[in-house]
Design a protein around this ligand. Structure first.
Ligand code: ATP
Ligand code: MG
Length: 572
């Protein structure tokens, strides 16, 4: 394409409402345009990157034996009522009515629709296994859409669903998708990790998230420095340090801690380390039970682990007045001694002696607290968030902490939807069995944004070759120079002929601003055609990624570029 005829609204200034690099750069490079919160138009340059990722996803899904179909975005309420999610899904589900007052929703995910497709078309185990996927716009009315395509309300997703007769079949479908995802994200040029993920309400099943490593990531993940254990912190386990608990050496003592409320303030005031202090969190479950959770001062609560233990959906910290009511003291001084509610402790507390807790009195703590002698704990459980330096649960290694962007998710669903919607097949003995399902998502736009988040510098985007909107950019320095214009035009034609994706900057602009745009757009190879070097018969090529330069003869340039592009694609 010729830039003189392109729609490429590049912007020099950093847009004020964009917080992270990929969002800023996608706006500045004229890739997307916001129309409402979390809703974007993909402009021509941006759409090409999106289509590249889609194509990689398609190739790998097809290679893994999945079949593409396309489901509707508008879904009748009845299907969601059958699964029970019409009630459960909450406000992320955008509901609408048609002219006859019939209720619909915009699909945020398509388990119900695909299960309906399959229950209506698959009758026998001989039609299995089956894996169906689509690449389609989804709508989720996210509370906080942000970071551009990273967390949109309308966004493009690849969603696949596998159907098998039994769980062994479902396990191998899951394995195949896991491997396909590794190929996909590798081909997209991403640094990523597959991590174990929490499975939410569907207990027992397994799930992995594919996380692109980036400081701006919304997810916290940990991975072992010596084995391949990696998990979302929501799920991550930690190794319990070896016991036994040291013997008690101190007597129980009430100490004044005037105005010291936070663990840091108390520890500093008493001259102790955070890990000798035990914090008492007072919480309430969604069923109204109030309870206390004890954690070491340097640890933090993993509410997902706690909810799993309690079998509830949510827990909330008590507010000031509720704390006062339950503990008899202002917030910051609650403690387990004499507290009239259920007390659960993180299991690492079982290794602690001579610790400090709140005294349930304003401005006081207890020192020299010891288990059994001073305090009976009903239950110990793994309740804390994993953090850097913790022992790996699988080996003797240690955990490292990272931030990650979830670009893909693979999930064993079991028979949740097939049972709810009555999707069964006849097995070899002629008995009806519910289908065993898996679901597998990839955020297409989020993958593009993540690639930019990982591949940019202060001047702009650095596209990995496989997902670059164009592979080569020809910068014609001065379109008014006949020789240069003709040379650039010839090269452009040769590259097109050879099937190279080339953008031709033939605009009547100053070279400085063309180079600025070239850096911003991040096309992997930049060819400069202009006066002085052309007189010496030379064309200059520069790699966007590392700035490496080559001086080529006019005759060899097109072939050389073709080779470079092919090589870069083959390596990916
Ligand atoms: P998140 O935890 O980020 O909200 P999710 O777990 O709800 O995501 P899934 O239901 O697993 O997401 O969706 C599959 C994939 O779709 C995700 O891995 C992600 O790449 C993408 N995705 C999900 N929500 C959004 C969104 N609001 N904007 C862009 N992509 C999204
Ligand atoms: Mg997910």
């Amino acid at each position: 394409m010729r830039l003189s005829q392109y729609l490429l609204p590049t912007v020099k200034e950093t847009p004020a409402d964009a917080e992270i690099a990929s969002h800023q750069l996608m706006l500045r490079a004229g890739m997307i345009r916001r129309i409402a919160a979390g809703i974007y138009t993909y402009l021509p340059f941006g759409l090409r990157a999106v289509r590249k990722v889609e194509q990689i996803v398609r190739e790998e899904m097809d290679r893994a034996g999945a079949l593409e179909l396309l489901m509707p975005m508008v879904i009748p309420a009845e299907l969601w009522q059958e699964s029970g999610r019409w009630q459960q899904y909450g406000r992320e589900l955008l509901r609408l009515k048609d002219r006859k007052d019939a209720e619909f929703c915009l699909g945020p995910t398509h388990e119900e629709v695909i299960t309906d497709v399959v229950r209506g078309t698959v009758k026998s185990y001989r039609q299995l296994p089956l894996n169906l996927y689509q690449i389609q716009g989804k709508f989720r009315d996210e509370i906080r859409p942000r970071f551009g395509l990273m967390r949109g309300r309308e966004f493009i997703m690849k969603d696949a669903y596998s159907f098998d007769l039994d769980s062994a079949g479902a396990d191998s479908a899951y394995e195949r998708m896991y491997r396909a995802y590794q190929r996909i994200f590798k081909r997209c040029g991403l640094q990523f990790r597959a991590v174990e993920a929490d499975t939410g309400n569907i207990g027992g099943s397994s799930s992995h998230e594919f996380m692109v490593l980036a400081a701006s990531g919304e997810d916290a993940i940990v991975s072992c420095d010596s084995c391949d254990y990696a998990a979302n912190v929501e799920k991550a386990q930690v190794r319990l340090p070896a016991g036994p608990r040291p013997a008690a050496t101190q007597a129980l003592e009430l100490v004044a801690t005037p105005g010291r409320k936070t663990v840091e303030e108390v520890a500093a005031f008493l001259g102790i380390e955070l890990q000798h202090l035990v914090k008492t969190l007072l919480l309430q479950t969604d069923s109204g039970e109030r309870l206390a959770v004890l954690l070491r001062g340097d640890h933090s609560l993993n509410t997902i682990k706690l909810c799993r233990l309690l079998g509830c959906q949510q827990v909330q910290l008590l507010d000031e007045s509720e704390v006062q009511q339950l503990s008899g003291a202002p917030a910051g001084f609650a403690g387990p001694l004499g507290l009239a509610c259920r007390i659960i402790a993180d299991r690492e507390l079982s290794l602690l002696a001579d610790f400090v807790v709140g005294a349930n009195q304003a401005d006081h703590h207890y020192r020299g607290v010891n288990l059994e002698r001073d305090l009976q704990i009903g239950a110990f459980a793994d309740l804390r968030q994993a953090q850097a330096g913790d022992g790996c649960p699988r080996c003797a290694g240690h955990l490292q902490a990272w931030r990650g962007i979830e670009v893909g998710h693979v999930f064993k669903l079991g028979t949740k939807y097939s049972e709810a919607l009555g999707a069964t097949v006849l097995n070899a003995e002629g008995r009806e069995e519910p289908l065993v399902m898996g679901c597998y998502g990839i955020g297409i736009g989020r993958t593009v944004a993540s690639a930019i988040e990982q591949n940019h510098d202060e001047n702009g985007i650095i596209f990995p070759m496989p997902i670059a909107p164009y592979q080569v950019l020809i910068v014609l320095l001065n379109p008014k120079e006949d020789a240069a214009r003709e040379a650039a035009q010839q090269l452009y034609d040769q590259l097109l002929q050879a099937g190279v994706e080339v953008l031709f900057d033939d605009r009547d602009e100053r070279p400085g601003s063309k180079f600025k745009d070239a850096d911003l757009l991040g096309i992997p190879l930049r060819v400069t055609v202009g006066g002085r070097s052309l007189k010496e018969g030379v064309i200059e090529v520069q790699a966007r990624a590392d700035g490496q330069q080559w001086r080529l003869t006019q005759a060899e340039t097109a072939d050389w570029l073709c080779c470079q592009v092919r090589q870069a694609l083959a390596e990916s």
